[in-house]
Ligand binder design. Structure first.
Ligand code: CP
Ligand code: NVA
Length: 301
């Protein structure tokens, strides 16, 4: 089994991963994946959290990690993704990849004989969504019926995965952003088959009765050339104290990080009492540990 798109992960599988995470957290589970387990991380883009949390998760499970910056591999000299995936499958048990193009991770998975895990592509950030929803469940003691608003770049990879994972677990999704950037039609259509997804361009209207306010950078990795236009267009969607007033009084604030204080979120809100971003970041390691254990269960039957 791979972990490439939330589209391939059922609500039962997500619940199972949450159960594993709960048991790890409670110290009720023997956490070992075998000392021979090797995870290769192949990254085409920078990362702080995802890289370190995956490496730390693997270390806690007793295995080893090998980090590869794609630019220092033969990929940079034209070796094919398919040949690379075949060769890495002979050395390792898991391949965690952060790729520019989603199609590239799909191509690698088709030539790989080991589980391939998506550590972010232009279209998705599935491990992030799972740890985000685990964090919501922790903070709100529920997922079903929770109203989560994604504010800002509602066409981003994080929005795609979060909306689809959210509705599968019974979360009502609200997408709030400028008319010029509509949600990705594929993820939006799929998500609406599972549950409620509403789109607003007016934050005041969209944030009514919201329990969770989520934001991400206005300029994702690879969009640097559009930075100026994006920052201007998204400016009215900064998550700040004024915006919090439109949501429920106990609404929490989330951000996948890295954050840009003064752009998509104010420093006051990011560092304020409603923000759960540090728990959110910490939970990445726990959920990734659970994902690795889940995949190893599946591999060994
Ligand atoms: N949230 C997240 O994926 O952060 P990194 O880019 O630092 O991995
Ligand atoms: N949307 C952001 C997420 C970073 C974790 C990006 O792709 O850069």
């Amino acid at each position: 089994m791979n972990f490439i798109s939330i589209d391939d992960v059922s609500s039962e599988q997500m619940q199972r991963i949450f159960d594993i995470a709960d048991r790890i957290k409670a110290g009720k589970m023997e956490v070992s994946i075998g000392q021979d387990a090797i995870m290769v991380l192949l990254f085409e883009k920078p990362s702080t959290r995802t890289r370190v949390s995956f490496e730390a998760a693997m270390a806690k499970l007793g295995g080893k990690s090998i980090y590869l910056d794609s630019m220092t591999t033969q990929l940079s000299r034209g070796e094919s993704l398919s040949d690379t995936a075949k060769v890495l499958s002979g050395y390792a048990n898991y391949l965690v990849a952060r790729m520019n193009r989603h199609a590239d991770i799909v191509e690698m998975a088709s030539s790989s004989t080991i589980p391939v895990i998506n550590a972010l592509t232009d279209l998705e950030h599935p491990c992030q969504s799972l740890s985000d929803l685990y964090t919501v469940r922790d903070a709100k003691k529920a997922l079903k019926g929770i109203r989560l608003a994604f504010v800002g770049d509602i066409a981003a990879n994080t929005a795609n995965s979060l909306m689809l994972a959210g509705v599968k677990l019974g979360v009502d999704i609200v997408l709030i952003g400028p008319k010029e950037y509509q949600p990705n039609p594929v993820y939006f259509t799929k998500a609406r088959e599972y549950g409620s997804v509403e789109v607003f361009d007016d934050p005041k209207e969209g944030l009514s009765d919201v329990d969770v306010i989520y934001t991400d950078t206005f300029v994702s990795m690879g969009q640097e050339k559009e930075a100026q236009d994006r920052k201007k267009l998204f400016e009215p969607y900064q998550v700040n104290a004024e915006m919090l007033k439109y949501a429920n009084d106990d609404a929490i604030v989330m951000h996948c990080l890295p954050a840009h204080r003064g752009e998509e979120i104010s420093a006051e809100v990011l560092d304020g009492p409603r923000s759960v971003v540090w728990d959110q970041a910490k939970n990445k390691m726990l959920i990734e540990e659970a994902i690795l254990l889940y995949l190893s269960e599946n591999e060994t039957g």
